[in-house]
Design a protein around this ligand. Structure first.
Ligand code: TNX
Length: 537
């Protein structure tokens, strides 16, 4: 390759453009595969289901006059039905009315008759010649079944405009439920602010892989992103910066409620994070009295960490934390309030423990459960009933975490060298960082959250989360590129039984997502570790 071409090739948007041109140029055959008309083999979905029983020679084809039938008298089921119809209408062009009559025809979403093993989040999906019937015990279970159905339909079902069918699903039965209850994605809206629409689209994408928690990193040195009525300068002053000096921004309470509501309709719980006592330069710039010397800090737009701290010996700091946590808790229907606690290197260790020992009970007083980065597991920080540590280390043994677990803490696993979506894939990746090493999709997949940490039994693991820090990520396209295909890998670790773990099978199912992502207009990393359907050879 000529040097100029090689350089262009290294820039990922150019790579995507070039690949698209190649694919389009390849003509009709490639287009059919890429256009995604073929239904997936039964069970070839991601995360891989617990049990799949294909019925050979049977299939169901959605008829133009089909309806979505939901459990009679259930608003919950009707809501999932409306969501499903909303997904299928644009590409099929069918009317797909939603009727609450509990009939087994077309696509049925029923709250009766599911195998009890499905529990509160699982579902049973039956495809016969006459109907697709999804049964669950809850609306969440139906919603998860709908995500499976989406993937059993041809990839073109994701098209935003009407395209030709047929809309066929292969026959059989799936019975499915998650390994872990917490399957999360984190978005750092503090380093670079990301508007409501970006967050909404991110939610739409993560639910396809049965992710059920969205953790929002709402404050950091570079900006404060959520309106707090009792401290208006946090957003009026502290929200107007971001990495690199852009305009920043923040969510009003109404906008934040809109995100929470949008997530709830998609069975996603929002976990808000206010990072304390470090990562607080935006606070210290907004309110002088929260500094030990009483002097306001200058706004910060760089990418260093570990230089800021609330003054942990001043009562003003605790009044501040109490007010802020109270307002955030009031905006939060979910159980968790994340208080950060990471990289507090500017806070003297004994003051860190004293601070956390006052702040954790404040969280409890709001009725919420404490969540924090694993540093809150310091032995001097007391156990708080139900608390959850988020592990982001790079080793397979961490005595601090094991000690906290021995006292009753639970853990969400986000090892940086496996689950961090801001790490570059390889030396050619343009966005992101590499302090935890390059993380290709196989690195993201090949580990076990249940046995990753010595002396942390699987029973103490609440689940997994893939964090996307945004120091070096500023656009939605970059978010997509960094999250896909690694986020589905983490999602599968959170959902599928350990016994299904198999790189070859996973890579095949992942490759089949390529045409689907193309139909969704989702720009992803064409990892060389995977054969992407429609682009083989
Ligand atoms: C470490 S992970 C951090 C963040 C950075 C991230 C960048 C953690 C709890 N702290 O402040 O954004 O690395 O990868």
């Amino acid at each position: 390759m000529a040097p100029i071409l090689a350089r262009l090739w290294r820039s990922w948007p150019a790579r995507i453009a070039a690949v698209s041109v190649l694919v389009l140029g390849a003509g009709a055959v490639t287009l059919t595969t890429r256009g995604g008309t073929a239904p997936a083999p039964m069970g070839e979905v991601l995360p891989v289901p617990v049990s799949v029983r294909p019925a050979a020679d049977i299939s169901y084809t959605l008829a133009p006059d089909a309806a979505v039938h939901t459990e009679a008298g259930s608003a919950e089921a009707a809501q999932v039905g409306a969501y499903l119809a909303g997904l299928l209408r644009p590409s099929t062009g069918y009317a797909l009315p939603v009727v609450q009559d509990g009939q087994e025809s077309g696509v049925s979403l029923l709250l009766t008759g599911a195998d009890p093993v499905v529990g509160s989040e699982g579902y049973q999906l039956d495809v016969t010649e006459e109907a697709v019937v999804i049964r669950a015990r809850t609306g969440t279970g139906l919603f998860n079944g709908v995500q499976t159905l989406r993937q059993l339909l041809p990839p073109r079902i994701e098209s935003a405009t009407a395209v030709p069918g047929p809309w066929t699903v292969r026959g059989g039965r799936i019975v499915d439920y998650p390994r872990f209850p917490y399957r999360g994605a984190m978005l750092d809206v503090a380093r670079h602010f990301h508007p409501v629409e970006t967050v909404r689209r991110y939610i739409d994408r993560i639910v396809l892989y049965k992710i059920n928690h969205l953790h929002l990193h709402l404050s950091d040195d570079q900006g404060w992103r959520i309106a707090v009525d009792s401290r208006p300068r946090l957003t009026e002053y502290g929200g107007r910066t971001q990495v690199g000096g852009g305009p920043g921004g923040h969510y009003t309470k109404a906008q934040y409620r809109e995100i929470v509501e949008y997530a709830a309709q998609r069975h996603v719980t929002v976990v808000p994070e206010i990072d304390l006592p470090g990562h607080t330069n935006a606070v210290l710039a907004s309110y002088a009295e929260l500094n030990c010397d009483g002097k306001a800090r200058k706004p910060y737009t760089g990418t260093d960490v570990g230089f800021s701290t609330l003054c942990t010996t001043k009562e003003e700091s605790y009044a501040f934390v109490k007010d802020v946590l109270g307002e955030i808790a009031a905006l939060t229907p979910g159980p968790y309030l994340h208080i950060g606690g990471d990289e507090a290197t500017a806070t003297p260790p004994e003051r860190y423990a004293a601070f956390m020992n006052r702040v954790q009970p404040m969280v409890a007083a709001t009725g919420k459960t404490v969540m924090g980065w694993h540093q809150i597991g310091e032995p001097e920080v007391r156990h708080q009933e139900g608390r959850v540590l988020q592990y982001w280390g790079r080793t397979g043994a961490d005595p601090l975490v094991a000690g906290a677990v021995a006292k009753g803490a639970r853990v969400v696993m986000s090892p940086a060298n496996r689950a961090y979506l801001d790490m570059k894939y390889d030396e050619e990746t343009v966005p992101g960082q590499k302090w935890a090493g390059y993380v290709e999709v196989r690195d993201a997949y090949d580990w076990d959250p249940g046995s990753h940490l010595e002396d942390v039994p699987a029973s103490a693991v609440l689940g997994v989360e893939a964090p996307l820090w945004t120091e070096a990520i500023s656009t939605e396209k970059e978010i997509e590129y960094m999250a896909f295909p690694r986020l589905p890998a983490i999602a599968e670790l959170g959902w599928s039984p350990r016994a299904t773990h198999d790189w070859t099978a996973f890579a095949r199912r992942l490759g089949a997502q390529g045409p689907r992502w193309a139909a969704m207009d989702l720009g992803f990393h064409h990892s060389p570790q995977v054969t992407w359907d429609g682009q083989a050879g």
